[in-house]
Design a protein around this ligand. Structure first.
Ligand code: TRP
Length: 472
């Protein structure tokens, strides 16, 4: 059986943007921004997206397109060692962990969508009366479990239909809808009273906040950057394994990062003005996973045509979430298809059944949910990306450079060598650092010396590799 590929040039970009744009931008990003000092967080996060995210994305692309396999087979075949296959197998665990909590949040969203949609016809959504209480009631327990199954079922249907007819077609419809609706909502939010206070909170650049809190912001900002670009789980390896050689990876990677970041920023331009127009200050009202639901639901209830706006908003979020969840399910599915020759349909059925169970556990137990959605995923993604990048730098080496250059323009090609040193040395060091902060290690003292060592080591490696006959 021949392996599927994307049908169109745009198909891959939209699928990857679809994976990247999701609850990470809409639910996690405003919450993390509010929790970590507003604009200061935004700046550090943007810096990490640019300096770590884009090169990291290209690292996953190079692995996937070179091997034309999902992570386990890709790492094993490219290295010729079973041990690397075991490293790749972590991506299957990561994919299942991600989907387990993500479908629970997706379930909340569908519930809010249906609740708002029904109220457009008449009445007002139940969550208008007491947003906090409503969220408390639906976020865990039987309700949460049932809606999680609904969201998971929709995810499974799309992946069931395959790479072209499911993922590609689905994202081709969903992504434009998300962009249009979101832009409309942002324009509308601008007309609300006190919107300016929301922009100020979100966008005002205050360097002193960054210098004072740099190390506190670093870990969460890095975690958010990886999460939002779908890095570290092998999603991007899997998606790029369906690519042909004629695409420029540097171009596609940059386009994906720019589109994803824009959606994140536009979401902020919707959420923050709305919150401030209703006098809700995100840093004061408490934070946590419920922030978006409670804060925004409260704001919607005060607004003219709030029910309609809420319906549009939750529709955007549902589409964005689905185009991401399919990329999580695709990781274990592609693994079963590539490694065991299982049919796609059986693989989807089996994996969906498994996540139905693990997700239900998350739906019933908020502390397990919190653990999986927070620390577990942060650690798995950070360690996963570090492993992929070390692989690119030290196992693939020249081969990675070739793949980086294939289909790329002259300018992009010239970036290959610096990129390879970044992904081989500097970025893994950085990722290990942020990993330590997740384990509560104080990295304040060691950071700058390590940056120094990384720079010197890269320079040495660079000079060492630049032999007369080098292609570099
Ligand atoms: N990036 C998606 C979001 O922001 C979530 C996501 C999809 C993801 N696939 C992933 C995150 C793989 C990490 C790894 O909602």
């Amino acid at each position: 059986m021949t392996r599927e590929t994307w049908a169109t040039r745009l198909g891959f970009i939209l699928a990857a943007v679809g994976s990247a744009v999701g609850l990470g931008n809409i639910w996690r990003f405003p919450w993390q921004t509010a929790e970590n000092g507003g604009s200061a967080f935004l700046v550090v996060y943007l810096g990490i997206v640019l300096l770590v995210g884009v090169p990291g994305l290209l690292g996953e692309f190079v692995i996937g397109r070179r091997a034309k396999k999902s992570p386990v087979g890709a790492l094993r075949d490219l290295s010729g060692s079973k041990a690397w296959g075991v490293v790749g197998a972590f991506s299957v665990v990561t994919g299942i962990s991600l989907l387990s909590f993500y479908s629970v949040v997706g379930g909340w969203i569908i519930r809010y969508l249906l609740e708002s949609g029904a109220a457009v016809v008449g009445g007002s959504p139940a969550y208008f009366t007491n947003p906090g209480q409503y969220f408390g009631g639906v976020s865990a327990g039987v309700d949460a479990a049932l809606y999680h199954l609904l969201f998971l079922g929709l995810t499974a249907l799309i992946v069931f239909a395959g790479v072209r007819k499911g993922i590609e077609l689905g994202t081709k419809i969903m992504m434009p809808a998300v962009l249009v609706l979101l832009a409309g909502l942002a324009a509308w939010a601008a007309t609300q009273p006190n919107a300016a206070a929301g922009y100020a909170f979100f966008l005002r650049f205050d360097p002193s906040v960054i210098t004072e809190n740099f190390f506190a912001i670093l870990g969460p900002a890095a975690g958010q950057a990886l999460f939002t670009l779908s890095l570290g789980a092998g999603t991007m390896i899997t998606y790029s394994s369906y690519l042909d050689e004629d695409r420029s990876l540097p171009f596609d990677g940059s386009a994906i990062a720019v589109l994803n970041t824009s959606v994140g920023v536009i979401t902020g331009l919707v959420v923050f003005p709305l919150l401030f127009s209703q006098g809700v200050n995100p840093t004061e009202t408490g934070t946590g996973p419920g922030a978006l639901f409670v804060g925004l639901a409260g704001a919607f209830s005060q607004l003219p045509a709030g029910t309609l706006i809420a319906t549009a908003f939750f529709a955007v979020v549902t589409l964005a979430a689905l185009s991401s969840s399919i990329s999580m399910l695709e990781i274990p599915v592609a693994f079963l298809v590539d490694e065991y020759g299982v049919s796609r349909k059986r693989a989807v059925t089996g994996m969906t059944a498994l996540v139905a169970v693990t997700g239900t556990v998350c739906a019933f137990n908020p502390s397990i949910f919190g653990f999986v959605a927070g620390p577990l995923v942060n650690v798995l993604l950070t360690a996963g990306l570090a492993a992929f990048l070390l692989f690119v730098g030290w196992v693939m080496g020249r081969e990675a450079l070739e793949e980086f250059a294939a289909g790329a323009g002259e300018f992009s090609k010239s970036l290959g060598t610096p990129w390879l040193f970044a992904v081989g040395v500097v970025l893994p060091l950085f990722l290990v650092f942020t990993l330590l902060t997740h384990f509560g290690v104080d990295t304040t003292i060691g950071f700058w010396p390590t940056v120094g060592v990384a720079v010197v080591a890269s320079a040495a490696a660079f000079l060492g590799l630049r032999q007369p006959n080098s292609v570099v």
